[in-house]
Design a protein around this ligand. Structure first.
Ligand SMILES: Nc1ncnc2c1ncn2[C@@H]1O[C@H](COP(=O)(O)OP(=O)(O)OP(=O)(O)O)[C@@H](O)[C@H]1O
Ligand SMILES: [Mg+2]
Length: 456
């Protein structure tokens, strides 16, 4: 909503008397209104003109309210839509809220109620627009998507620590963006012009990682036919990113510690050390304190790395960012594969909001990639999503850290959640489709922590 112009409210009602009443009320509060009588006209208007909120009569001559709502969601997923319907029509209200209506005004109309609801949704509209502006700003500065409280804390720490030369230890589950955070810290720091060299400490056996890190001189071991500089030296003047440091072997840890303390690197096969000037960023999905306790990690190295600690939040702890991440990656992959732009239906989004995302943003990114490839419609339905999530459930990456029981529970939860949404949260109908007793389904819903309350 622009600051200079009055908020634009679109009234969609086929009764001219009702249009006039709403127009009077809204104009008296300083809103601009535009009235149309058909669903089709409403959709056309929204497509071509700025609108800040829609008041939509549920019963229109040409389309039903739900259809209009879905069409609006496709054009502008965040445009507030308020449904007007007969007093006491609870099923309609619930259904509409589930499909993305923001609020509900009962007939007969009450001036105070109308004004309160409109004010509320406009407030939300401006908050949502602000969130989009924030998202773009954070993306440009940090290379990450997210504007919720958890990510704001991450950005704050990055902003504070980047300009210093302090070592940073980034913790977080797999796929939470540890590498992105390391890149942001490097890019926003004094060494931005220098190299950022990453070493994955988990992927290599000890001998290999030591020759990678420290380099070697000719003849240091069989096969060392010439001198080779290591990654520590390559990072001179820049940043060394030690990824998955929790998996590094103790003997290598000792050598790394020596390098960090002396600021000298000693290639394999020589006693001669060379000075190096590097900043260290390390990352791990382990709890390093635990690994110290179990004797797998050196406490002195932990202290050395842990000058500033940055904890990347799991996706399930920042669900408010899921819609933005999904839009970002759908857009990204649709462009990459030259496919038409797609959006999630409100119901499909609801499924995503309830998932646990053990693979975090990487998992979400994979889902977005598959959706962009497999779905040909521009609006992604819960059924499309179910298909893709089933494919996803079988991917090796997601099963890596799971027991059979966890995998079964995840699949069961996704499956039941999908069916509930397809059946508009009608437990009886869903149970029938699934071929189980209603009470049995209720028990499963509780067990699998599925939230039955409607969402706006
Ligand atoms: N906030 C974010 N915004 C956009 N993309 C993200 C975000 N966080 C992670 N990603 C994407 O998710 C994927 C995984 O990110 P990254 O490699 O940084 O995670 P990680 O924590 O290092 O994972 P791992 O522990 O598996 O190494 C990448 O494709 C990355 O671009
Ligand atoms: Mg990583």
């Amino acid at each position: 909503m622009g600051a200079q112009r009055l908020p634009e409210i679109l009234v969609v009602d086929d009764e001219t008397k009702m249009q006039a009443i709403l127009k009077d009320i809204l104009n008296s509060r300083g809103y601009h209104t535009r009235s149309v009588g058909l669903g089709r006209e409403a959709i056309e208007w929204i497509r071509s003109s700025p609108v800040d909120a829609v008041l939509l009569d549920y019963k229109l001559p040409d389309m039903d309210g739900l259809q209009v709502l879905e069409a609006i969601r496709e054009i502008d997923p965040l445009l507030p839509v308020v449904i007007i319907s007969a007093y006491g029509d609870i099923p309609t209200a619930v259904q509409a809220t589930r499909r993305g209506a923001l609020d509900f005004i009962p007939k007969p109309l009450d001036q105070e109620v109308i004004c309160r609801v409109v004010e509320k949704v406009l407030h939300r509209r401006s908050r949502d627009s602000q969130a989009l502006i924030d998202i773009a700003g954070f993306r440009d500065r940090f290379g990450m998507i997210g504007s919720g409280a958890a990510m704001r804390r991450v950005y704050e720490i990055i902003d504070k620590v980047a300009p210093t030369d302090a070592a940073v230890l980034i913790e977080g589950e797999t796929g939470t963006g540890k590498e992105l955070a390391a890149t942001a810290i490097h890019r926003l720091g004094p060494r931005a012009e220098g190299p950022l060299i990453a070493v994955n400490c988990s992927a290599m056996p000890r001998d290999l990682i030591e020759s990678e890190l420290f380099g070697y001189v000719k003849g240091a071991f069989t096969g060392a036919n010439q001198n080779r500089i290591g990654k520590i030296t390559a990072a001179h003047g820049g940043t060394l990113f030690l990824d998955e440091i929790g998996d590094m072997e103790l003997s290598t840890q000792a050598k790394v510690l020596r390098t960090l303390e002396s600021r000298q690197v000693c290639p394999l096969g020589t006693e001669e050390s060379l000075p190096v000037d590097i900043r260290i960023i390390a990352a791990t999905h382990h709890d390093l304190a635990d690994r110290v306790k179990s004797g797998d990690f050196r406490e002195d190295l932990l202290y050395r790395l842990n000058v500033v600690r940055l904890c990347m939040p799991a996706l399930r702890d920042r669900r408010e960012d899921i819609p933005h991440l999904m839009n970002h990656y759908l857009d990204h992959f649709c462009r990459r594969y030259d496919r038409p732009v797609k959006h999630l239906s409100h119901q499909a989004l609801e499924i995503l909001l309830q998932r646990d995302w053990p693979g975090n943003v990487r998992e979400l990114r994979n889902v977005a990639e598959k959706l962009s490839i497999f779905v040909s419609d521009s609006l992604i339905s819960p059924r499309d999503l179910q298909l893709v999530l089933e494919l996803q459930g079988l991917s090796a990456e997601m099963t890596e850290h799971q027991t059979l029981r966890q995998a079964r529970e995840r699949f069961e939860r996704d499956f039941i959640l999908n069916q509930l949404i397809i059946h508009d949260w009608n437990v009886t109908a869903t149970a029938e489709k699934l071929g189980i007793e209603r009470t049995n389904l209720h028990r499963k819903i509780r067990q699998l922590r599925i939230d039955l309350s409607p969402r706006g």
